[in-house]
Design a binder for this molecule. Structure first.
Ligand SMILES: Cc1cc2nc3c(=O)[nH]c(=O)nc-3n(C[C@H](O)[C@H](O)[C@H](O)COP(=O)(O)OP(=O)(O)OC[C@H]3O[C@@H](n4cnc5c(N)ncnc54)[C@H](O)[C@@H]3O)c2cc1C
Length: 390
């Protein structure tokens, strides 16, 4: 089999790039380890920055997002029994975010690939990347007993944190930066009306909590839990009771509870791999970097990689200009690190760290006081939250 761009990973990054390139006449093949149903069953991100939403429209995948997604012009910070609002729209010069679940977004991308008869191959095993430093790299995979080889011009590693692409870069070349946090987020999805039309980030001495949503009938709530906890430790009633304890009384009083339809614990991690290019392999999205979900940067960091790669590929195929491809790693990483800084900062600001000394607790309190009393500090938060320019 032959193609121009072989994309490993059928998550949002891989599908979006494949769709954008296809619309410009560039041939792609997407290889996905799991079935479409499995990929669509993963409950993940929900907040899209305006640049991501624009890219979805450019990929002709924005129709349902624009119809069903919710524009959010602000969010709330709960602390010390009260609520303060961050006016994203006013502070960022008129920008906002779109609340639209990653599941729905991925479904739209799969539907768009199917409409254009794009090649997405599911249930591939044993994916291998070959001859990445030659003019003609290839990717092989196994499906049942059959081994298939795909010859291509370029390979995109969009196969997430646990994928194989990053591992194809020799250890002598790859540098990894990682920070693990001593807690995770226990998330519950419930078919209940959200407690607030805007997200509430709650700082509390018992631990962080987040009231998020996917729509006006679907709520997503999180609480910070020790890494030693498992989902089985948290019956629904225990989850709701703990969430209420971490919210101001007036919010807790109007929280509607119901049976969980999904419950999972995600560890929190910051991670960056450099460089994001090796020969003819380009890494994108979670394959190259991870952030803790505080600040909702994960999926949005993937979007800027895709934007840079898309334009670099266009310049290469349409004008024979390779400067975008050559500069991809440095350009992508410059924005990735800014998203890392912001996610790390929001995580440090809002979580309870079991081993923090009193001096650090005082600094954390001062950081929050400063934020809530300074318009300049809030402008910086808003600028990062709605998304720095690509
Ligand atoms: C539990 C959880 C909650 C999250 N919550 C948020 C949030 O609230 N806000 C936010 O912004 N971000 C969140 N994120 C992060 C966000 O979901 C990711 O940043 C986003 O999914 C990245 O997209 P991606 O396409 O780069 O990677 P992925 O979505 O991981 O997609 C990679 C794809 O590659 C496939 N794959 C893996 N290995 C192979 C292989 N060897 N061969 C072929 N295919 C392979 C995988 O099956 C997968 O479908 C969350 C992540 C997790 C795990």
């Amino acid at each position: 089999m032959k193609t121009q761009v072989c994309v490993i990973g059928g998550g949002p990054s891989g599908l979006l790039l494949s769709q954008l390139l296809h619309l410009k006449g560039i041939d792609t093949v997407v290889l996905e380890k799991h079935s479409r149903e499995y990929v669509l069953g993963r409950i993940r991100a929900g907040v899209l920055e305006h640049g991501f939403a624009k890219l979805m429209r450019e990929a002709q995948c924005g129709e349902r997002m624009d119809r069903e997604g919710e524009i959010h012009e602000g969010f709330l910070i709960a602390h010390d029994g009260r609520l303060d609002r961050i006016d994203l729209h006013g502070l960022s010069g008129g920008n906002s975010v779109v609340v639209y679940g990653q599941t729905e977004l991925t479904r739209d991308l799969y539907d768009a690939r199917a409409r254009l008869k794009g090649t997405v191959i599911h249930d591939v095993e044993d994916v291998r990347l070959n001859d990445l430093h030659s003019g003609r790299p290839s990717v092989s995979y196994r499906q049942g007993d059959e081994v298939v080889q795909i010859e291509c011009d370029y390979v995109i590693g969009a196969d997430g944190f646990h994928g194989v692409s990053r591992k194809a870069i020799p250890r002598t070349v790859l540098r990894e930066y990682e920070k693990l946090y001593p807690f995770g987020w226990l998330g519950v999805l419930s078919r209940t009306k959200p407690v607030s039309p805007e997200l509430i980030y709650a700082r509390h001495e018992r631990g962080f909590a987040l009231c998020s949503l996917r729509s006006q009938v679907l709520s997503r709530y999180y609480i910070q839990v020790p890494l030693t906890d498992s989902v089985d430790d948290w019956a629904d009633d225990a989850f709701w009771a703990e969430l209420k304890r971490r919210l101001p009384d007036e919010v807790a009083a109007r929280l509607l509870t119901g049976p969980s339809i999904e419950k999972s614990i995600a560890p929190l991690r910051s991670f960056v791999a450099e460089p994001m290019r090796y020969g003819r392999l380009f890494l994108a999205g979670d394959a190259a970097h991870i952030v803790p979900p505080t600040g909702a940067r994960g999926l949005n960091s993937a979007a800027s990689d895709i934007y840079y790669l898309y334009h670099a590929m266009l310049a290469h195929y349409q004008r024979g200009d390779d400067s975008g491809l050559d500069g991809y790693s440095a350009k992508a990483l410059a924005r990735v690190w800014k998203a890392q800084r912001f996610s790390w900062w929001m995580t440090m600001l809002l979580h309870t760290f079991p081993d923090r000394i009193d001096y650090e607790r005082k600094l954390q309190q001062t950081d929050l006081d400063y934020l809530l009393s300074s318009e300049v500090a809030q402008r910086s938060l808003a600028e990062n939250y709605v998304g720095l320019p690509f």
